[in-house]
Write a protein of this length. Sequence first.
Length: 120
Amino acid sequence: MKKVTLVLGASTNPNKYSNIAIKRFIDKEIEVVAIGAKKGKVFNVVIDDEKKAYKNIDTVTLYLNKQRQEAYYNYIISLNPRRVIFNPGTLNDDFIKLLKENNIEVDVACTLVLLSMNQY
């Protein structure tokens, strides 16, 4: 079974960290899916603008601020990922508590740094 990463808060803007992360996942041959505010595409990865019932999500990496995350709490938990990565600017103690209560690992880190150090 393939492990899939969901980039939540994805952007087609090449200057956004979520966009850079998608490109790094592709470079490292890590399967990636994406959800953003607007539909689009980053290389061969389609950015959806709605919550999809993805299968085999291993990791959700967040690029949404605390206020925007709340709409995704139940959705992320329903995906049953192994872990959720809170990138810089996304820290949310309420959501972290909820994830831990649902036995989902929490990682407060930078996805780009983890990828660059081969620690992803």
